[in-house]
Design a protein around this ligand. Sequence first.
Ligand code: HMG
Ligand code: MG
Length: 324
Amino acid sequence: MNKEHGIPVDRVSLVEMGPRDGLQNERSILSLDKRLALIARLAESGLQRIEVGAFVSPKRVPQMADSAALFAALPRRTPIRYGALVPNLQGLQAAMAARVDEIGLFTACSDGFTRANIGIGVEESLVRFAPLVAQARSLGIRVRGYLSTVIACPYDGPTRPKRVAALAERLLDLGCHEISLGDTIGVGTPGTVAPMLDAVLHEVPAGRLAVHFHDTYGQGLANLLPALERGIRTIDCSVAGLGGCPYAPGASGNVASEEVVYLLHGLGMSTGVNLDLLAATGQWVSEQLGRANGSRVGQALHARAQARRQGKPDEITQGECHGS
Ligand code: HMG
Ligand code: MG
């Protein structure tokens, strides 16, 4: 395994978005028990960072309304870290009371989206976040900074890479431990993602960045390649490709976790995730929500498991092709 400063560079950390970004945009609201079961299954599959809720207005995002009750019922188990979104002081106080391991503050590169999402412009959001980061950090809570619309905004149009870089640097300077770069509406391709990443990497080291690609145009997986090539090793993804943002019209879910794991294992990288368990969870949650499984890897593995149960001849998967 390649090593850089003692850290295995082939290890990729996945941040599972299904219970938050995934469920926030689903029409059916999962019961608390089912959300807990989903999170337990995701943890069981080996995922160690799971974003499970949001302390936002329940009128705006009813799917996340019972986040405090969810945190109260979660079994805490090292090294698993549970995160939640926080938009303001009221949200931070609720998150601290709920003993959240990590909070995610969220802003964007464009005023149009930020106003639709949290009711204020980008500059105002940074002013609002400064004391929140300081307060969270003083209590030892890690703060992730989400930067949305890094490729384009559904209201304001294309985003300039230099703007993304400048805002990512400002979030880092505020004290965020990590910046998650969001292609919120999933319109990027490697042709637009690579120059955006190059600009950001001028200001922020790869080790402090995560990528958060929505898969609206089916480019999520392709967009991971320029990120991996540039040394980024933290990837946001959502089981069964669930989700989207209610304030980003037309956006679909994050790149599916199953696809990401299949790709990374195929590249010889490690994730610590058991793909079969993850895929079974993706199929399970899709059935609970009454929707099609949005992961093609999940669909293939489900079909394979069904064929096995019926005693039909097995197909070959990538791991078997490579003999690993
Ligand atoms: P507002 O209406 O401007 O706030 O909302 P306000 O301060 O005027 O308060 C209005 C009401 O909201 C009051 O209640 C407050 O108590 C309540 P009322 O008196 O009317 O009964 N309120 C809250 N309730 C619970 N928790 C809070 C809170 N704050 C105020 N923290 C606010 C401002 C930010 C709250 C609102 O706009 C909001 O909740 N927006 C939700 C945004 C959201 O969750 N979007 C989806 C997540 S972002 C995303 O998906 C993108 C991401 O995935 C990255 C990417 O893909 O690019 C992260
Ligand atoms: Mg998102």
